[in-house]
Design a protein around this ligand. Sequence first.
Ligand code: COA
Length: 250
Amino acid sequence: MIDIERQGRVQVIRMNRPAKKNALTGEMYTAMAEALEAGNADPGVGVHLVCGVAGSFTAGNDIADFLAYASNGGMENAPVVRFLRALVGCDVPMVAAVDGLAIGVGTTMLFHCDMVFASPRALFKTPFIDLGLVPEAGSSLLAPALMGHARAFELLCLGESFDPVRAKAAGFVSHIVAEDELEARAMATARAIAAKPAEAMRLSRELLLGDRAALAVRVEREIAAFTERLSSPEARAAFTAFMDRARPAD
Ligand code: COA
């Protein structure tokens, strides 16, 4: 469900669970975390290129897993947490190619990417509040810094959908590219990044990222709040409503 492939110095991390719109399971988070962590120690990896399948970047965390965390005492040691920490700790430039749905972590992981290519039919949405949850992946810090409080509030708290034009204006989409050219364009840019002097690139990116320690602290605060929210009546009702909708009675 996560396909990892090397193309030269570009490590392609592809979410590939089309039947579930690329909803992310624990197994998938573990594979993505391992790929990011491995890149930090491997000078052969110059860039991570994160992509999905036609029409689905990802529908976000698998909601069945949210229900399981709620019943099993939280998610402090869950694979998703390892993935969130790996995003913050990633030392290698990240490029994303987004076609179609980018929901929840599908949007918030993009705030960790250095460049994001999106197709015209990309859709960015973080329905955390509607699910009784709070923003994650450092988005409560990164989104207001990137787009200002008011736009971040619309995205993260109101749960408004952002189309690619709005996402580009908000600063988290770099270029809008037709579906059939999207991955080739993202790959060409990834290769160009990977062709630069690697040490200078890593150091420069580190300087641009600023205070990653503060980001790491915020991610842990979000995880604590998220974990508390998971077993709240609001969240359980929202998860159950989705699961019932997804599995209608015969
Ligand atoms: N978790 C678990 N399963 C999911 C999922 C998710 N986040 N997103 C989609 N799926 C599943 C559906 O249950 C459905 O499975 P089924 O065919 O076995 O019933 C399948 O993927 C296709 O989804 P469907 O809802 O039929 O497609 P759609 O095009 O009508 O809607 C979405 C797509 C993504 C808008 C809708 O599925 C949705 O809202 N998903 C939840 C997104 C979400 O809230 N994510 C968490 C963010 S924090």
